[in-house]
Design a protein around this ligand. Structure first.
Ligand code: DQA
Length: 144
C-alpha cells in the first residue's frame, strides 16, 4: 500500500468559495487542497487531489485508489443518490472517509440519507472546512 491519500471532491465543490457561502464558507477548493496536503505531509503522507462533476469520473477515481492509504471523499449531492459510488468504494476496498462541510442532518430530509456511508470507514459532517482535516486525522489513525 502506498502512503498516498486521495482527496476527492464531487459535484459543485469546484465552486467552493463562491457557492452558497452562508452554507459552505468562503474558502476555495484550492485552499482546502493546500490545507489538507500540508497537514498530510506533516504526518508523512502525500496527497493527490481530484474533483469532478461527473459521477462516472468519480467512479474511475475510486477504482484507481485501491492502493492508496485512503480516500477523503466529499461526494456532494451524489452522497444521497449514487449506488455507483457505493459500489465503487466497496469494489476498490480502500479506506474511505465520507466528508461534509455542512451538517447534513440539520438540513433537508433527503440529505439525511447517505448511499455511501455504510461502505465508508466513517463520516465527518458539520465542521465547515475543518471536516476535511478531522477526516484526515481519522484516516491517519486508521492507518496506524
Ligand atoms: C455537502 C452536502 C451535500 O448534501 C451537498 O449536496 C453538497 C455539499 C457538504 O459538503 O456539506 O454538495 O457534501
Amino acid at each position: 500500500m502506498s502512503n498516498e491519500i486521495l482527496l476527492l471532491n464531487g459535484p459543485n465543490l469546484n465552486l467552493l468559495g463562491t457557492r452558497e457561502t452562508d452554507m459552505y464558507g468562503d474558502t476555495t477548493l484550492e485552499d482546502v487542497e493546500n490545507l489538507v496536503s500540508s497537514a498530510a505531509e506533516a504526518a508523512g503522507y502525500s496527497v493527490r487531489c481530484a474533483q469532478s462533476n461527473v459521477e462516472g469520473e468519480l467512479v474511475d477515481a475510486l477504482q484507481a485508489a485501491s492502493n492508496c492509504a485512503g480516500v477523503l471523499l466529499n461526494a456532494g449531492a451524489y452522497t444521497h443518490t449514487s449506488v455507483a459510488l457505493r459500489d465503487a468504494i466497496k469494489g476498490a476496498g480502500a479506506k474511505v472517509v465520507e466528508i461534509h462541510i455542512s451538517n447534513v442532518f440539520q438540513r433537508e430530509d433527503f440529505r439525511h440519507v447517505s448511499m455511501i456511508g455504510p461502505v465508508c470507514i466513517g463520516s465527518v459532517s458539520g465542521f465547515g472546512i475543518d471536516s476535511y482535516l478531522v477526516g484526515l486525522q481519522a484516516l491517519i489513525m486508521a492507518n496506524e
